[in-house]
Design a protein around this ligand. Structure first.
Ligand code: 7TS
Length: 414
């Protein structure tokens, strides 16, 4: 069970008021709010032990380095990576996905090789592969989505073959909330001799993730979607793959020796962390993971699922609504449209009641086309939401969209 006073851990709920109305924040799939503990960790780093890492021979720098490396160990344990050297700090999930597309893809893909993605990918796991396919001549294939918004594994099996070099799929869809069977997908990819990558931007914040049980080769996450600061993310990779990979970017920190015309590189993960890293971000991410672990990942998942189910049943009563969510196991993500009301208007109506939701294509334009819509409205729940937030959403929606409906003509007596 989630504590009923979780909102108090997040100062924004006391600080932001719209026309005196409290904030009802239902856009955590875009970014989450930050608990005081994370804000304090950032403040403490900058005010007590700010220094650059891995280069100072003085105590202050050693302390900053220890804290930065402790954060790496924390991320590794959080997703059961096995060794902390398997964790590369990045800016966000997007950079983690690009790192693999560029550092692995450019050097390992050739004309005619096949990359398998799915029909529900975020642009971050799509556009990098477009670029790499253009450079290498590799071909993109897609796992189809069923009418119940799930991936059709038969279509994965049909696509897999000797030319498949990598399968890269989203763990939890940011639009549909579908939890994909990534363990099975990785098994099938490996059976075909391909590597497997998982976009965990929407799974790491919401459920216990075990990358070694999933047996993915690569896994990407974003700190800001899991109560951490913006500008910090992580890539998990099997260490032996990191060892074989070329660097993504060159610069300080990632080298062993440099000569005028050539250089050799540091060991992973440092080979992939060129330049001064986001030290404060990593330390803030550690504080965020400490906080999430204290709340309990199982608790968080159950809480969101309950809210997602409750919201789906409450919103189903709204006239003209279409909900895009799998029948059984969903998550706390709920996308919908309402007949004759544009999603942006829905968002504006709700905003006037202090309710923040997202409206748009959610960086998943191919999925929008598949759903035959241009955009959807999306409410996404997290540990600080409760049923009263869902009730407020349903109430404001009923009231607001009535304004957009064509009025019934009054009887006119001649
Ligand atoms: N993958 C998925 C599944 C996502 O949902 C997102 C962001 C990303 C990758 C990229 O994350 P970033 O931190 O690198 O930007 N999704 C959303 C969203 O649904 N609304 O805003 C951002």
């Amino acid at each position: 069970m989630m504590r009923s006073d979780v909102k108090n851990d997040f100062p924004i709920f006391a600080n932001w008021k719209k026309k005196g109305k409290p904030l009802i924040y239902l856009d955590s799939a875009a970014t989450t709010q930050k608990p005081q503990k994370v804000i304090d960790a950032l403040d403490e780093y900058y005010s007590r032990y700010n220094a650059n890492v891995h280069r100072g021979t003085y105590e202050l720098s050693q302390l900053a380095t220890d804290m930065y490396e402790e954060a790496r160990t924390k991320v590794a344990r959080f997703i059961n990576a096995g060794k902390s050297e398997s964790i590369v700090f990045t800016r966000n999930a997007t950079e983690s996905l690009n790192l693999i597309a560029y550092a692995w893809g450019l050097n390992n893909l050739h004309k005619g090789d096949e990359i398998i993605l799915s029909e529900m990918e975020h642009h971050s796991n799509l556009v990098p592969w477009h670029i790499i396919a253009r450079h290498t001549g590799a071909v993109l294939k897609f796992i189809r989505m069923s009418s119940d918004y799930r991936l059709d594994l038969q279509s994965l099996k049909d696509n897999l073959g000797p030319k498949t070099k990598i399968v890269s799929v989203v763990h939890v869809s940011n639009v549909l909330g579908t939890i994909n069977p990534v363990k099975e997908i990785c098994r099938l990819a490996h059976e075909a001799g391909a590597l497997a990558m998982v976009d965990g931007a929407q799974s790491a914040p919401h459920m216990a993730v075990d990358v070694r049980d999933i047996d993915c080769d690569f896994y990407a996450l974003s700190g800001h979607k899991m109560c951490g600061p913006t500008g910090i993310g992580a890539l998990y990779a099997k260490y032996e793959l990191l060892e074989k990979m070329e660097p993504f970017m060159g610069g300080g920190e990632m080298i062993n020796e440099v000569f005028p015309t050539t250089s050799n590189y540091a060991k992973p993960p440092y080979k992939f962390e060129a330049g001064t890293p986001n030290i404060a971000g990593a330390i803030g991410l550690k504080a965020a993971i400490d906080y999430l672990e204290k709340c309990g990942m199982q608790n968080i998942m159950e809480h969101e699922l309950e809210l997602g189910d409750y919201a789906a049943s409450r919103l189903a009563e709204v006239e003209g609504i279409h909900i895009f969510r799998p029948r059984a196991t969903g998550t706390g993500v709920l996308s919908f449209t309402v007949d004759s009301v544009h999603p942006h208007d829905i968002s504006t109506i709700l905003d006037s009641e202090g309710i923040a939701i997202r409206a748009g294509h959610h960086c998943a334009q191919p999925l929008m086309r598949k759903l035959q819509v241009q955009s959807t409205a999306r409410a996404s729940f997290y540990l600080y939401n409760d049923k009263s937030d869902v009730d407020a959403l349903a109430g404001a929606l009923e009231k607001g969209i009535a304004l957009f409906r064509p009025r019934k003509k009054a009887n006119v007596v001649e």
